[in-house]
Structures are given as structure tokens and as C-alpha cells.
Design a protein around this ligand. Sequence first.
Ligand code: RUB
Length: 326
Amino acid sequence: MADHGIDGDPADRVVEDVHRVAEDIGTMEIRGAATIADAAARALGTQAESSTAETPAEFRAELRAAARVLYDTRPTAVSLPNALRYVLQDVDGDTIGQLRASVRASVSEFCDRLDTAQNDLGRVGAHRLRDGDTVMTHCHSTDVLACVETAVEQGKSLSAFVKETRPRNQGHITAEALSEMGVDVTLIVDSAARRYLDDTDHVLVGADSIAADGSVINKIGTSGLAVNARDRGVPIVCAAQTIKLHPDTLTGHIVDIEMRDETEIVDEATAAEIGDPTVLNPAFDVTPPRYVDAIVTERGQFPPESIVTLMRDLFGEGTDEPWQEP
Ligand code: RUB
């Protein structure tokens, strides 16, 4: 019997499906902040449904262990811990059946809210887009796509410069999605962005995290694009549901920027041919608020510097980590 009153290590009872989701997040089979949040919440639901715990204490410990497996996958998108927090904070009941039902309800409520928030955000963001406008995108953001899709549904005809977004080429996913919506898509290499900004009406990017000072943490290359857009006088808008607000930055926490494997940039044989240089592969960067015109959320549009007020309303002054052992 362990100190916390349960048999064995709860980590050993995290179900295979949760490990699979964690693996898919780590390898980016599941990617993008909103999609990661949805998958993580559902994985906690799977853990609850599959649990063979014999006591409520065991059940709760297993759930926390599953959350830790998911939490440890990727560090930058705050939607992941925010999703885990949402599901874990209200696990309520005296029996395993009640606890399971409580998790089921929280997961379903969370995923519904995520969908609703994205639709609402899409309607807010679509107001910025006019018939005939051209947007420029970076990476693949479902929040950005929601804005464009709503505008298209409103009958607006749009064109897009889509940056391919090295090294993983998420721009290809964006290009396909925009084409399916009927947007006229032009794919460009990342370094061609400045060349085409003079033909662009809006730069639209998503976010993995928004810091309390209004900084936008998003796919590497966002900050360079924003600086260029400001120089060319093109507004840069970040579409980000409030689940992307990083509550820990209210208390001075710095958002951890994920460093990914160098083989995403250059394979081992090519690296050897070119003298085995040091390769650095940061997945995200930080765009200071002075380069961002607006953050579009499901609660409306905000100048980045004012986002702290919304963050405080939603999260209070700080957060806990309910996946840690009490
Ligand atoms: C994805 C990325 C996206 C945000 C927002 O990075 O930077 O812009 O996650 O996406 P990666 P969404 O491909 O490394 O996960 O709007 O879908 O939440």
C-alpha cells in the first residue's frame, strides 16, 4: 500500500489509449492548440471510462496520472493544461460511478464549449474581412480558418497568400482547407512573405498561448511576419479562443518554447554532407504586443495590451495544477 492510500503506482494504470493520444500529440499527428485541447480532454474521458479502479481515491489518482502523461507532451500550447484543469477541477462524487459520470459531463461540456467558442470567434473575426480582401496566413490555425469560413459563408469573396511554414509545412493543410472553402489560394515560401505583403489586406495568425502583456506565442516565423506587416502597414490579427490565454503569465511565468528534433530541418545524411552544423529548431516564437493590432476571441476583439483584464476575469490571479498529487 503506497502513502496516498492506493495500491501500486497510478501511472501503471494509465490506459493505452491515453498513451496513444500523448504519443500522437508528441509526434504532431494531433497538432494545433485547439485540437490538442480537445484530444487531451477526451483522453481523460477515456481514462475515466476504462478505469478499473476499486476506490474513489484510486480513480482520482489514475486520472491525475493520465493528465500528467498528457501534460508532458508539448510545453507551449496552454490550451493543453487549461483543458486538463477544466476537466479535473470539478471531478465530483462519492462513488466511482458518480466520479465517472462527472468526468463524462465535464469532457462533453469542455468540447462543446470549444466548438461554440470557435464558431463565436469566427463571427467576430469575420467582421474584419471585406468582400474582395486578401489575407496572409502562417501555419495552420483552426481559429483563423473559422474567421475566414464565416466570412465566406457571408458571401465575401477572399484570396489568400498561404505561407508554407517550414519545417513541417502546416501551410499545406491551410491551403487545402481554404481551397475547399472557395478561397483563391496562392502558396508561397516563408521568405516570400514580405514581397507579397503589399498585396495583402490582413495578416491572420493563431496562437498557442497569449501572455498577460498581450504577447502572442505562435508558430516560429510569426514574429518576423508581424514586424514585416507592421513595416508595410498591414494589420496583423491574432485569432485565439480564450483557452489560449496563459493564466500563469499573470504571475510572471515565462511560456516555455518547445525545441523540436533537428531532423525536422535536415536529415542525418544531409547534415553529415554539409559538415554537421549545429541545428536549432524552435517550434514557436513570441510576438510582442506592439506588433499585433487585435486579438480576436469568442468574447470580442481586444487590443493586445488589454487582454490582461479578460485573463483576470476568466482565471483570477493564478492557477493550480490539479494533476499533481495532493
Ligand atoms: C500550430 C500553431 C497554430 C496554433 C493555433 O503549431 O502554431 O497557429 O496552435 O492553432 P503546431 P488553432 O503545428 O506546432 O501544433 O487555432 O487550431 O488552435
